[in-house]
Design a protein around this ligand. Sequence first.
Ligand code: PHE
Length: 345
Amino acid sequence: MSAEIFAVVNQFKLEIENASPSTKDEVEQFRIRFVGSKNVLKPLFGEIRNVENERKKEYGQLVNAVKGAAEAKFQLLKDAVESAVEEASSQDMDLSAPPEPMSLGAHHPVSITMNQIIDVFARIGFVVAEDREIEDDWHNFTAMNTPEDHPARDMQDTFYLKNSIQMLLRTHTSSVQSRVMTRQTPPIRIIAPGRVYRNETISARSHCQFHQVEGLYVDENVSFADMKQTLLYFAQEVYGADTKIRLRPSYFPFTEPSAEMDVWLGVETEKARKLTKGTGWLEVLGCGMVDPNVLDNCGIDSKKYTGFAFGIGIERSAMQKYDIGDIRLLFENDVRFLKQFTSAI
Ligand code: PHE
């Protein structure tokens, strides 16, 4: 009696070992016969009660082994069939078919404007310097000759880090000046682009984050005339070869004397009148001779060296250049807005 049952199991074992289904259907047949919920091996487990006691263990192990072999073989067959199907479908690929249209990325208008400014100064030997946005009070204010009671330090303007009056989000890229001057000796000729933060109410005209490009030139005998010539060159590169500039006296704690540079756009076109509010002059940047205190604070001998610095706001330039009416558009990253700059460089 028991020998017969063993024979049946062994018969299935052989069948499983020899099976070589090649099509999906044949594999499915194999699955139904040996692995599916009504497979032929299932009833064999119950047959153990007809096996004499001393062979029960041997029988149990055999049936289990056959079941395991069936499952393993099915897994192999299934994988083989699936990869064959995949291969066949990739062979069906039409290599001459036109590709899906590729969507072109675009540079952000702020990046475009910033890169243009960097390029202009790189041509006359300014190198890019970058530094941290989370700054300490010393590099952002104290080193830059901004006294304790200066309004720029007011909590209204500056984002201080939680639980700290020492760490803040830099309010201007002038912090890069002190960073560079404390670790480098003149000649220094850097251009520092970057993001800055001020605690201002967000509106169409102002934002709590924006970008600046800072310039710094420190060497022996650097004069106000050098600054003026450098800024004239910049204005003519950006606004056209005939562009005129003027420097208006101004105030910054870190420069003395300080000035504001305007470029002459004229009043002929509607756009020029609008940008200059009818005056013809467009305010472009703040600048000045580096205050000797700043040099000394940063360990540079102010008796030997002089320098000039300037800071250009990027958003306003970008908005003028592309006729963008709301600064918030520059920070929303709406692809419908950004896509319009695909062809810009
Ligand atoms: N840091 C000044 C600002 O944020 C700009 C500036 C830079 C002015 C360098 C003079 C020299 O307004």
